[in-house]
Ligand binder design. Structure first.
Ligand code: FE2
Length: 342
């Protein structure tokens, strides 16, 4: 479960309206708390932090939206506030925006548009916030990179984030130092970044296996990713791991056919995890693998495609978390609002 979903307080006395909007916002990656009165909203603002607040301006005939806005400015000045109104009211909109609301939306609200507006506002606030620390910045940028990759291939929803989590778990168990582990996490998020620079993107979502020509084209993505991530000295190791994520321990991988120790330890971890997460993702031409088949495959590939030392750590983790991890892609694809291809 993701813990870094932005929290949104949704305030309206029309229960049906906020339940529907709330459900869509949840679906769009936000964690929603509902409040049916100004009083309840203010009580929640005193106790729970929110990244954004969406409030109706009229409650049971009284104009109280301003009170929610004022309470927000006082109690949670960092939160983005959007007001909703049933009537077109330019004066009210101007006043609300002067008082710190970021927008004034007219009902009926399109919840998908509202979600996009909230995500934009929250990201903008996070970037300009004085309290932004390094880890927040990494998470924001990681999210952007992941969303960019998922845009060209929506069925990879969550692949980067899952890869990051599994890589970190293995790296910690293997005793990799923090510096390397952090760079491995970034590489895990960005490992397929090169895909967006391929000349032909259509086959990424093609229903069926790739032709030889398409496979040759797709083999360019590790190198392209490393190149396009840029030449910041901070990213040197990240670029190396990205470039290595399809190399194999026995030298049968691509693009450079590196083998054994020629591949960095982080690159070897990423190689194992990348294959695991791909096997667990259902595509039109293949079912996700079950745990016994997955365990057999990795055991058989120890010392062949994969570094035995990495598998010594990974296989026991699979015994414990395998069932859950194998179901994760379907959950993430569902959460992204996509039907699983079949
Ligand atoms: Fe890849």
């Amino acid at each position: 479960m993701q813990t870094d979903r932005p929290r949104v307080l949704l305030v309206d006395d029309e229960l049906g309206t906020i339940e529907v909007i709330g459900a869509v916002l949840e679906h769009q990656g936000l964690t929603v708390t509902l409040a049916r009165s100004t009083r309840e909203a203010i009580r929640l603002l005193r106790t729970t932090p929110f990244e954004a607040v969406v409030s109706d301006v009229v409650f049971e005939g009284n104009s109280e939206g301003g009170a929610v806005l004022a309470a927000c400015r006082e109690l949670q000045p960092e939160a983005a506030v959007l007001l909703m109104t049933g009537y077109p009211a330019v004066d009210g909109a101007v006043a609300a925006i002067k008082n710190g609301a970021i927008d004034y939306l007219q009902k009926p609200i399109d919840p998908v548009v509202l979600a996009a507006t909230l995500h934009r506002a929250i990201n903008r606030r996070a970037i300009t916030s004085e309290s932004l620390d390094y880890q927040d910045l990494v998470n924001i940028l990681s999210n952007m990179v992941a969303q960019t990759i998922e845009r060209v291939d929506p069925y990879t929803a969550g692949h980067g984030e899952r890869t990051r989590k599994y890589c970190k778990t293995i790296a910690v168990k293997l005793g990799l130092d923090r510096h390397t582990t952090e760079r491995l996490e970034l590489a895990a998020i960005a490992h397929d970044y090169g895909k967006i620079y391929l000349d032909d993107l259509t086959f990424l979502t093609k229903k069926g296996p790739l032709t030889q020509k398409e496979y040759r084209e797709v083999q360019r993505h590790p190198g392209l990713g490393a190149e396009k991530l840029g030449d910041s000295p901070h990213l040197t190791e990240v670029c190396r791991y990205v470039a290595e994520h399809h190399e194999k321990w026995d030298g049968t991988g691509y693009p450079d056919r590196k083998r054994g120790d020629e591949i960095s330890p982080a690159g070897r971890i990423l190689g194992v995890v990348e294959v695991f997460d791909s096997l667990s993702t259902k595509r039109s031409y293949k079912e996700p693998w079950g745990l016994p088949k997955t365990l057999d495959f990795f055991e058989a590939q120890s010392g062949r495609a994969f570094d035995p030392e990495v598998l010594e750590v990974f296989l026991p983790l699979l015994e414990v978390h395998g069932e859950d991890w194998l179901r994760a892609p379907e959950r993430d694809i569902g959460a992204a609002g996509l039907a699983v291809q079949g």
